[in-house]
Structure formats: C-alpha cells, structure tokens
Ligand binder design. Structure first.
Ligand code: FES
Length: 79
C-alpha cells in the first residue's frame, strides 16, 4: 500500500529543457510540486517518475496525481 495524497488542485506550467532528466512527484508529498523532493521516502509514497522530453517545451504537469497520462495534466483534478 502506498500513502499517496493530492499534491495540489491544478497543474503547474513548466518550461522543460530538451534531454534533461526530471523527477515528477507521483506521491503528492513533495513541497516542490510538481517535482520530487525526496519526501516519498519518509511518507511511504510511490517513487517519482523519471522523464525527459526530446524538444524544449512548456507543459502542464499534474499535481493532483490522478492523471492517466503522467506526468501531464489530463484534467482529472476537476473530478
Ligand atoms: S516526493 Fe513525491 S515522488 Fe518523491
């Protein structure tokens, strides 16, 4: 069992750089949303999702952790 929570109620627009590894917080416990700050270890949450993009772009990253398309917002925070 994982101890995940909502990390926020709306996505955060982020400027992503090409070919850089990002650690998206999947557990909701990070105070550095939408990215992992290591809190999943002490809170018993799920591990971060490591991802990168091929081209620099702005993306709306999920903070509610309900998205079906992590790390991106799919509108699930409105549910
Ligand atoms: S703090 Fe949430 S995945 Fe690391």
């Amino acid at each position: 069992m994982s101890n995940n929570i909502r990390g926020g109620d709306a996505p955060i627009p982020c400027q992503l750089e090409a070919d850089k590894n990002y650690a998206w917080c999947s557990c909701g416990h990070s105070s550095d949303q939408p990215f992992c700050n290591g809190n999943h270890k002490k809170e018993g949450g799920t591990n971060p999702m490591i991802f990168k993009v091929e081209e620099a772009k702005e993306a709306y990253l999920c903070t509610c952790k309900q998205t079906s398309n992590p790390p991106y917002c799919d509108g699930s925070h409105k549910n």
